[in-house]
Design a protein around this ligand. Structure first.
Ligand code: HEC
Ligand code: HEC
Ligand code: HEC
Length: 128
């Protein structure tokens, strides 16, 4: 007679070992590339809003900037810490984040997204 319990435990361990490289690599592949900060951004230390807010909501902020500039001609934005910024994708965001390929694109490529903004707005010139 063989021991059914041991066989099952053995099978589970065996399958686990077989799959472990897969899970190991899957875990790695799921980690998005770290967006790089330019020296200028590092010097500024802060973005126009908290990092957490920017990571998750920069598209909403851009949308709000666009609406208020185009509809109400409101050109200035005051951040929570009282700094005033000129509301512009090109002149403000991409002044600090002038390394678009290593910053914006790094994340967007990872999720397979390509915002159409650059059909009209100028991308910064980078040394690629
Ligand atoms: C004055 C320089 C400056 C400007 C202007 C600026 N940023 Fe930032 N941005 C930073 C810095 C510095 C960080 C990192 C903040 C931190 O680590 O706390 C950052 C972080 C971010 C992040 C989060 C990155 C991550 O790793 O999750 C996004 C997204 C972002 N910025 C987009 C924008 C957009 C869009 C604009 C324009 C609306 C903008 N930034 C304007 C300096 C700037
Ligand atoms: C930390 C990663 C990260 C960084 C850095 C980042 N983005 Fe994004 N961005 C995302 C994600 C994720 C989405 C998509 C969210 C969704 O699908 O709702 C997105 C969406 C957007 C959208 C909306 C596009 C659409 O068609 O709905 C715009 C516009 C945008 N990002 C602009 C920028 C700009 C400009 C920069 C650089 C200044 C930037 N992003 C940097 C992660 C990032
Ligand atoms: C069809 C052309 C076109 C496309 C595509 C486009 N924009 Fe614009 N955008 C404009 C024009 C024109 C203005 C008005 C410029 C002004 O008044 O300074 C503007 C203004 C803006 C402004 C405020 C002023 C400034 O200089 O940045 C923001 C922010 C903005 N757009 C963000 C975006 C984002 C984010 C996307 C992509 C999701 C996008 N736009 C796509 C044409 C476009």
């Amino acid at each position: 007679m063989y021991d059914g319990g041991k066989i099952i435990v053995g099978l589970i361990i065996g399958i686990g070992l077989l799959l472990s490289p897969f899970f190991y690599n899957a875990g790695k592949a799921l980690k998005p590339p770290e967006p790089e900060l330019t020296p200028k951004a590092k010097e500024a230390k802060v973005c126009v809003a908290s990092k957490e807010y920017m990571t998750n909501n920069h598209m909403h902020l851009l949308d709000e900037w666009r609406q208020t500039v185009v509809r109400n001609a409101e050109r200035y934005y005051e951040s929570a810490d009282g700094k005033v910024y000129y509301k512009s994708l090109q002149v403000t965001c991409l002044d600090c984040h002038s390394n678009k390929t290593k910053f914006c694109d790094q994340c967007h490529n990872y999720i397979g997204m390509d915002p159409y903004c650059w059909d009209c707005h100028l991308e910064p010139k980078e040394n690629k």
